[in-house]
Design a protein around this ligand. Structure first.
Ligand code: GDP
Ligand code: MG
Length: 270
């Protein structure tokens, strides 16, 4: 999983919220790695999380500073490079004669793209990035710091973004053409109608009616991060970790990785 956008949008906070929220209270100590490529540094954090008794390792790659430069031409390149490098590693393992029964999978299964809560429209950099990345990885756009918008502004912004995505031919996850049956279509239509999720992140817990909840305390009350009446963090979390985790992996393998594999084998220098 990969999160993306410029500094100060709440990426790190949201990642921590993801690990702290209900699914992942049992997470163990993160290990940090740093990977430097050009101007955008990729920073990855892994946690073992437990969901319904099943342990899984979730790695989140944070890209601080994306879009912070004065000249943002090709600023997505380190991200494209990282995604492709993981495909290349996997391909080499697959082609290996005595290949391992289970190939370690470091491929990026989702890219969460952070849109600043401006209430306006997609900017050229958003369009350029998502167009480019959407061809190689599943993209889930989110509105960061959604608590800074009123409910009407949020709704308006979401509609505007959906229009802009469609107008620019940007395909975000879950894509219609990969719906497998009518049941899945109904479920995914509901997600497509609410994308981009308006999310709020926090690193604080507060007491609400005698229970501890993750939230942001404001002058006017507590914004409960996991309360769907307050924001759509829970929808994002459920999509990524619960309902669509396997499907995200399937789309990576069957669509994005397959495209990469075919292209590489056609170059036939392997
Ligand atoms: P990053 O640079 O994108 O990783 O952003 P950080 O996670 O470091 O957050 C930058 C600042 O925004 C911090 O002061 C956070 O407390 C604050 N912040 C993070 N998430 C939210 C949010 O959902 N709403 C609001 N209002 N502030 C947030
Ligand atoms: Mg950060």
């Amino acid at each position: 999983m990969l999160v993306q956008r410029q500094s100060g949008l709440g990426k790190s906070t949201l990642v921590n919220t993801l690990f702290k929220s209900k699914v992942s209270r049992k997470s163990c100590t993160p290990n940090y790695q740093e990977k430097i490529s050009k101007t955008v540094k990729l920073h990855s954090v892994s946690h073992v999380i437990e969901e319904k008794g099943v342990k899984m390792k979730l790695t989140v790659i944070d890209t601080p500073g994306f879009g912070d430069q004065i000249n943002n031409d090709n600023c997505w390149e380190p991200v494209v490079k990282h995604v492709n490098e993981q495909y290349e590693t996997f391909l080499r393992e697959e082609l290996h004669l005595h290949r391992q029964r289970r190939i370690p999978d470091s491929r990026v299964h989702c890219c969460v793209y952070f849109l600043p809560a401006t209430g306006h429209r997609l900017r050229p950099i958003d369009v350029a990035f998502m167009k480019r990345l959407g061809k190689i990885v599943s993209i889930v756009p989110v509105i960061a710091k959604a608590d800074t918008l009123t409910m009407e502004e949020r709704q308006h912004f979401k509609e505007q973004i959906r229009k802009d995505l469609a107008a620019n031919g940007i395909a975000v996850y879950p894509q219609k053409e990969y719906d497998e049956d009518p049941e899945e279509r109904v479920l995914n239509d509901r997600i497509r109608e609410s994308i981009p999720f308006a999310v709020v992140g926090t690193d604080q817990e507060h007491q609400v009616n005698g229970t501890k909840v993750l939230g942001r305390k404001t002058k006017w009350g507590i914004i409960e991060v996991e309360n769907v009446a307050h924001c759509e963090f829970a929808n994002l979390r459920d999509l990524l970790i619960r309902s669509h985790l396997q499907d995200l992996k399937d789309v990576t393998h069957d669509v994005h990785y397959e495209t990469y594999r075919v292209r590489r084998l056609n170059e036939s220098n392997m």
